[in-house]
Design a protein around this ligand. Structure first.
Ligand code: MG
Length: 175
């Protein structure tokens, strides 16, 4: 019987002037960005939590506390790769990712392909298993008023037997 696990992730960051807007490792042209201890990549944070959640390995704050100076300004793809390595070492393989970024502006559709390709590379996943969607909040609430941005992610992992499992390969480096 195949052992399929599903994980849910959600994140939110405050909009801030003078910060870069980074989504899924891609820097988007924007007059404002997101505030945070790391690079505030809200999409990568939601995906990281979804992976950790599917494997019941805790959450992003447990592995990368925002009180730790070593994660200040950190590239959030490091978090994503670490979550993948932890799941991999437990015998899990990622088989699908779906995600949504909710932000009022800028329009992101022109970045969809670049973000998908970046995530597919980092996660060592085929492009047709990586989905990134964009929504506005119809001008309602903190997201709609342009005060914050949110992201949601859901991943599907498959566990391969009970192990022992070998060390994870370096995610993000194509074989
Ligand atoms: Mg976050």
């Amino acid at each position: 019987m195949s052992d399929i696990r599903t994980g849910l992730g959600w994140d939110a960051h405050r909009i801030a002037p003078g910060r870069p807007l980074i989504l899924g490792g891609i820097t988007v042209a924007s007059e404002f960005g997101l505030e945070g201890h790391s690079d505030a990549d809200v999409l990568s944070h939601a995906i990281t939590d979804a992976i950790l959640g599917a494997a019941a390995l805790g959450d992003i704050g447990m592995h990368f506390p925002d009180t730790d100076e070593q994660w200040k300004g950190c590239d959030s793809l490091v978090f994503l790769k670490h979550a993948m390595s932890l799941a991999y070492a437990e015998g899990y393989r990622l088989i699908n990712l779906d995600s949504t970024v909710i932000i009022e502006r800028p329009k992101l559709k022109d970045y969809r392909q670049a973000i998908r390709e970046r995530l597919a590379d980092v996660l060592s996943l085929e492009l047709d298993r990586v989905s990134v969607k964009f929504k506005t909040a119809e001008k309602v609430g903190p997201v709609g008023e342009g005060r914050s941005a949110e992201a949601q992610a859901i991943v599907t992992l498959q566990r391969l037997g009970t192990g022992p499992f070998h060390e994870a390969p370096g995610f993000g480096q194509q074989a």
